[in-house]
Design a binder for this molecule. Sequence first.
Ligand SMILES: Nc1ncnc2c1ncn2[C@@H]1O[C@H](COP(=O)(O)OP(=O)(O)OP(=O)(O)O)[C@@H](O)[C@H]1O
Ligand SMILES: [Mg+2]
Length: 356
Amino acid sequence: MARGIDVGTMNIVSSRQEGDETVFVGQRNSFVEIEYSDMAKRMLSRSDVLHIRKGDEVYVVGDDALTFANVFNQETRRPMKRGILSNDEQSAIPMIKLIIEQVVGEPEHDGERVFFSTPADPIDSEVSTLYHRKTLESFLQDQGFDPEPINEGMAVIYSELADSNFTGLGISFGAGMTNVCLAYYAVPVMTFSIARGGDWIDEQAARATGTSVDKVTAVKEDEFRLDFTTDAGGVEGALSIYYDNLLDYVIENIRAELDEEDVEEGLDVPVVVTGGTSSPPGFEELFEERLSEGGLPFDVSTVRRAEEPLYSVARGALVASRTEEESDPEDSPSADTDEDTDIEAEADGGRVLEEE
Ligand SMILES: Nc1ncnc2c1ncn2[C@@H]1O[C@H](COP(=O)(O)OP(=O)(O)OP(=O)(O)O)[C@@H](O)[C@H]1O
Ligand SMILES: [Mg+2]
């Protein structure tokens, strides 16, 4: 067996194959610190809430962090920021380690392969992704896995572009980052990231309208659409403006990076967008419109949004992991070589398991 895991700024999602189905397990990449009061003790004893106790304090981690934050009137915090481990969050390491352990589970055998997503170095920020990648690698090794990093944009290609021989442009619009990858026949020819995503949109729209970031995020995730003109002056109007701005910024950077690459002429390139930030209705149409104005050095054949934007990176990591396993079965004691090798067809029947 092989596995995949997508370690994102907002969501951590693992993927594994069970028969014909891909099983996903996810948790919010978030935590809250509360006092270990009698009430907290009672709430914690009621269920299998992920938590770490330190003396009089307790950290509630993952999906339950938000519920505890609301009850105890605290703010949730995040172990990651802008796509990588946060350097201004001292408590980040044990929290994210616990979430990863819970989400990926125990290996079936020692040294089971797991491909984990990692962002490309951002072109618009000084940060390096090396420390982040190496730290995740060591967590997964401690857990008994044999980890291998996979670029987040490349994971999108594996997940969504099997039909075009893993050739095309894949873009993951996440919370902390936007990851871009152009691949020909499964070989990445251009990968980069931009240190802006859904969090950036929320922060800008909140600042512009004097609304709290949490409120803006809630509006964006609930009812917001990009396919009709929204009233100027309100939160939705501000969200539209920053969505527009993010798309222009991403396309401008794609064009600039492509200028530096030797791109074959006369290609028809399929484009796939994914990630939570690509969710609002109208996103793919707006992106297509902006792309057509963008003057790229190739023709775009189609622009499509992944069916399950929150799961496609985890799915792609699993496809990469299983592809390696099948091409090198002796390396993996539990590899079932009799199984149907059409991984994509199997991966399509995905279901979501929400574990508490
Ligand atoms: N229905 C929705 N409409 C708009 N935005 C959404 C929706 N659902 C989730 N999002 C946004 O998508 C983002 C989370 O997406 P995703 O899980 O792909 O990011 P991530 O992988 O955790 O982050 P990153 O890849 O940047 O590290 C958040 O900004 C969230 O607000
Ligand atoms: Mg992501």
